[in-house]
Design a protein around this ligand. Sequence first.
Ligand SMILES: O=P(O)(O)OC[C@H]1O[C@H](O[C@H]2O[C@H](CO)[C@@H](O)[C@H](O)[C@H]2O)[C@H](O)[C@@H](O)[C@@H]1O
Length: 279
Amino acid sequence: MGSQPLPEPVTDAGREGLAALLARPEHAVVALDFDGTLAEIVTDPERARAHPGAVPALARLAPHLASVAVVTGRPAGAAVRHGGFAGVPGLERLVVLGHYGAERWDAVTGTVRAPAPHPGVASVRAELPGVLDASGTWQGTWTEDKGRAIAVHTRRATDPQAAFEALRAPLAALAERHGLIVEPGRFVLELRPPGVDKGVALAGYLRETGARAVLYAGDDLGDVAAFAAVEELRGEGVAGTLVCSGSAEVTVLAERADLVVDGPSGVVELLTALADKLG
Ligand SMILES: O=P(O)(O)OC[C@H]1O[C@H](O[C@H]2O[C@H](CO)[C@@H](O)[C@H](O)[C@H]2O)[C@H](O)[C@@H](O)[C@@H]1O
């Protein structure tokens, strides 16, 4: 069986980023979003699982690198569970930055570090049913209580886009009343504490590891902050490659990416190609 061909970034910065990663992988971090990047989008978030090729590819790739990190809006423990990341040979140093960086799971300890919960979440939890009722009947709208944040999903609503648009303003007002922000995503509006995002989380982690190169892959609006952080870090001499896990639902990342691949299966092909090159 031959090697998986390595796709070529379309930008100079992306080509430089990939070349730096391949030249000195021990100084490189590969960081990836979970839903829509490592896992196919499904209608029920509880049923999301890492693409079957994702963990095997990461397990081959990670030993060559400074580190692999998953940077997700999910609670860190949920991402570990849905991803099947715990106890995998090769992923002994994996880190999951959950809740947009508010939580952290380290494979080396198997534990989650998290700050005290924001008090606004409990108030939002109490008021949300009333706000949803007052916003009209969006049949199929569904609430995911993530403990430190609450996500209102419209993917299963009769008109997902209309429900998303109609709920945006009332949920923003509810969040603001209690010191939270709204994080919009793929047919989801998440009410969560401010102060951290994927860019802050990723930049902090790259500084901690002393990485000189990073490849970041994402698919959704929450990943824009991570893209911006990588763009900024290029100015500080960290080589960066930005990968978009492409979908018809979100186009903003594709416009900024050095490389667009075909959803999670394309991400897995890329990870496999990198592992083949470094193996
Ligand atoms: O940062 P991510 O790893 O991309 O997590 C962001 C949100 O992902 C999940 O919702 C998305 O995936 C669901 C399962 O495929 C899908 O049904 C939903 O429409 C998507 O928005 C998750 O449920 C959220 O909690 C995450 O914040």
